[in-house]
Design a protein. Structure first.
Length: 143
């Protein structure tokens, strides 16, 4: 930028500067540019998938269902039978994972049980290769 330095006239008063001050204009332009950049919508990247049309046919035989209940004190119940500890639970899970057609494991925790007990059952099932596991009875946690 150039700056005009006024010369003193014969009367001793400095000359009036007639150049426009562009600094406020540049500031306004920068603010407008930033607002424009912020308001431009971000382009979303879509991945096109070819999903199968229709619903798959229902299985010919209903799947076997295993229910594991975790009582309020951490007691494990496998299909209505109390299991004494983690070792016996893992034996049952290992047998279920080794079956030719894995049964669906429905895990039903009590509302008052510690999370540690439920997490132990899920971790054991995952580690032993049980792939069909789901939580049942979630409506008790809605309130």
């Amino acid at each position: 930028m150039a700056m005009v330095v006024g010369s003193t006239s014969s009367s001793g008063d400095p000359d009036v500067m007639v150049d426009i001050n562009t600094t406020p204009l540049i500031d306004v332009m920068l603010v407008l540019l930033i607002m424009l950049i912020i308001t431009i919508p971000i382009q979303t990247h879509a991945v096109k998938l070819n999903m199968p049309a229709g619903s798959p046919p229902p299985p010919l035989t209903p799947p076997e269902v295993v229910t594991i209940e975790v009582d309020f004190d951490g007691t494990l119940i496998w299909n209505g039978q109390t299991i004494p500890g983690r070792v016996e639970l893992e034996d049952h899970l290992r047998a279920a994972a080794a079956a030719p057609v894995q049964p669906e494991v429905h895990l039903r925790p009590n509302k008052l049980v510690k999370y540690e007990s439920v997490a132990m059952v899920m971790a054991s099932a995952q580690r032993l290769g049980v792939t069909k596991i789901g939580l049942v009875g979630n409506e008790q946690f809605a309130n």
